[in-house]
Design a binder for this molecule. Sequence first.
Ligand SMILES: Cc1cc2nc3c(=O)[nH]c(=O)nc-3n(C[C@H](O)[C@H](O)[C@H](O)COP(=O)(O)OP(=O)(O)OC[C@H]3O[C@@H](n4cnc5c(N)ncnc54)[C@H](O)[C@@H]3O)c2cc1C
Length: 414
Amino acid sequence: MEFDLSERSEAWRTKLQSFFDREVLPRHRAWLEHVAVSRETPPFMAELQQKARQAGLWNLGLPELAADEPGTRLSNLEYAPLAEIMGRLFWASEVFNCQAPDVPNMIALQNCATPEQKARWLRPLLEAKTRSAFGMTEPDVASSDATNIATRMVRDGDDYIVNGRKWFITGAAHPRCSFLIVMGVTDAEADRTRRHSCIIVPMEAPGVRLVRSLRWMGCEDHTAPIGELTFENVRVPAANLLGAEGEGFKVAQIRLGPARIHHCMRSIGLCELLIELMMVRSTERSAFGRAIIQYDTVQRWIAESRVELEQARLLAWRCAWRLDQAGHHGAWRDVSLIKVAVPAMLQRIADRAMQVFGAMGGSEDTPIHQALAWGRLLRIGDGPDEVHLRQIFKMEAMPSWSIADSPYLAARPA
Ligand SMILES: Cc1cc2nc3c(=O)[nH]c(=O)nc-3n(C[C@H](O)[C@H](O)[C@H](O)COP(=O)(O)OP(=O)(O)OC[C@H]3O[C@@H](n4cnc5c(N)ncnc54)[C@H](O)[C@@H]3O)c2cc1C
């Protein structure tokens, strides 16, 4: 088993790191100042995207790019260390067109769209000419069980008519979001996992209404602002159906694997930054006669964070490798493992960093409060911990021996 990155991977990492250091990080303060007063993406984003594309750092999270599609064909394993670098800033992925929820949507379109749908909806996303969202969750039903989704999609001639309400839809409140992939019921009588379908709904279709923007623990996702939407008699051409009728779960699952693992890869990069922040802050500040870093407690927090981070990285990279080797179905268990491990780790490390920073840790001067909120959110978004843990438990094999005859236990006296 080889634990070092391949030469090719190392070369991509060096290239992205140098672009990040040269072009992205120096803009961070300007980015923060811009989003503090405006909900729009800063104008320099387009310029940075152009530079990234020219440098060959484009659409890096899409291993299945077709020959005529723009971007760099990297495997999931090659992408993992790059996503870590992007994860150090909440907005950096967009520079390389690697941001959620667009990338998982691109993957769903790559796998399920017709050639016409690809030309109309996928191509503009690959070119960063538009933004998108995925609408599954609903306020009126427990959406962690996707079979509950109740939005109706009724066939009417060459169209479907969509009625329902969705919330917590990442990216739907972005001013450039032009379409959503919406999940709804097309056949209420079918088997529970065959009732739903996914359809592409243009934001501009009559009857689509952005009811409000939502914040999460007081934080706003400036890259992909979250929206609540209603759909009232929205007429959508049947040609917008993504996959066949009844394949809504299949479409959702194809996009959810990459969505989850990409969040985890970025979160690992964010944890690296949190450890660096703890190191620097506790070295620079003294209390009761010595630098804070000299206290055992702080050293222990940093060391424990390192232990957890290295474990999570190995798991994430194995998950990426399995996704490359065995596809979505083969990587399913690893995706659940990483989806539980990383958000909990991020939450713990962010909590330690906040403590090390004192009052400043909870202020908007550091990214720590956002990291804490992000870790907390990831324990619910894309499927709550409990749902993944249940799946992991179900796959646990029962040993063939019993307690009474186990060779691992001492024999009972006769
Ligand atoms: C910031 C943010 C962004 C999001 N972005 C999107 C998006 O872009 N698109 C989208 O469609 N959705 C999105 N979501 C929604 C997210 O996917 C759902 O919140 C999640 O699936 C849970 O659904 P729910 O909120 O309806 O919780 P519920 O289904 O009501 O579940 C509540 C709780 O019940 C418990 N529970 C549920 N099932 C089990 C079980 N099997 N065993 C034990 N306990 C269980 C869990 O503790 C769970 O947290 C986002 C959420 C957040 C917070």
